[in-house]
Design a protein around this ligand. Sequence first.
Ligand SMILES: C[S@@+](CC[C@H](N)C(=O)[O-])C[C@H]1O[C@@H](n2cnc3c(N)ncnc32)[C@H](O)[C@@H]1O
Ligand code: SF4
Length: 380
Amino acid sequence: MMKKNKISLYIHIPFCESRCHYCDFCSSVINEKEVQKYTSYLKKEISLYQELLRASEIESIFFGGGTPSSIDEKYISEIMEEIYKFKVFKNPEISLEGNPNSLTYEKLKIYKSLGINRISMGAQSFNEKILKSIGRVHKTKEILEASENIKSLGFKNFNLDLMLALPYQKLEDLEISMAYIKKINPSHISYYSLIIEDGTNIKKLYEKNRRIFPNEDEDRQMYHYVCEKLCQMAYDQYEISNFAKKGFESRHNLSYWKLKNYLGFGLSASSNIGKKRFTNTSFFTDYYQKLDHNKFPISFSEELSKKERISEFAIMGIRLNKGIDLKEFSNRFSIDFKNYYKDEIKKHKDDGLLWVSDDFIGLSKRGRDLSNIVEVDFIK
Ligand SMILES: C[S@@+](CC[C@H](N)C(=O)[O-])C[C@H]1O[C@@H](n2cnc3c(N)ncnc32)[C@H](O)[C@@H]1O
Ligand code: SF4
């Protein structure tokens, strides 16, 4: 039998209970009729890819959003049924993103029965004033309750999303966060620094009242504090913003950073298949219309040249604390990385931003703060 190619699947659920002030992800406030319609089109989109899926073995699945836990679990079940028509790896990683107030015990139990084995919950902060200021609809108490539900049902693979550089946030808040993390003890943590996106309410707040936001120095100080404390708590920082207990790195996220094959379904979802990159439309009407005509709902696609793929591999790989895998690079491109980027490596190594070993090249502690400077130089 022909060997199947490994693939990861991303399913975008563009619904939330309400919109947070900082977020510009593709999502709208939940509407039952729209969810029903969207699910049926998602299933159609999956079936349009049946040829590729039949030739593949699914390694990981990620329900992201939006807030997948905000919709009725019957829709997640319908989508999983569609996916299970294809060959899924023996021990897949199947993640679902959720919010504290919709990750109920009953829902989580159903997710478990569907084979979902990793829960990623958005907590963002444990400070009520901060949660309110960024438009979160949950309280700290609900983070703790949902965490208990997740753990009591035996989800060992459990991620918490948290944020830095939020309004009113001080180093002392992070000390409190560390105590909560110790208590909850998730196996994975993503700590993102706030990006102030155009058109969001937080941008307006920032323009009006900049002094309630930490400045860049304070942001870096908080980031270093978090890295140090999480490391002391046995979390390995395996990517700039991601920390995991041993063996709990996200296989799905690693497939993005290592530029493996992944296929995204639903609004705004991106795919990477071989040399091709493509992204779906972000508009419901366009999505439905294209699928009504049996067309892929793609709004942008490109085929990368070898030079572009090399740069992409370097930029993604450098974010990993293990660094860029030089052997993998030479297997993929038949080029010696150290030779190809000779000048760039020398410059950043001399400046203390890069470390170089026989088989890997990575960012130093200072390099992680200035990763943009290194990344730009990897674009040739
Ligand atoms: C798209 S959300 C989905 C998860 C879920 N809906 C939630 O809100 O918890 C994924 C994560 O991205 C992060 N995020 C969203 N907008 C961000 C921004 N503007 N800056 C930094 N992180 C952001 C948050 O930590 C969030 O949990
Ligand atoms: S952060 Fe999560 S819950 Fe908030 S609007 Fe974005 S996707 Fe929705």
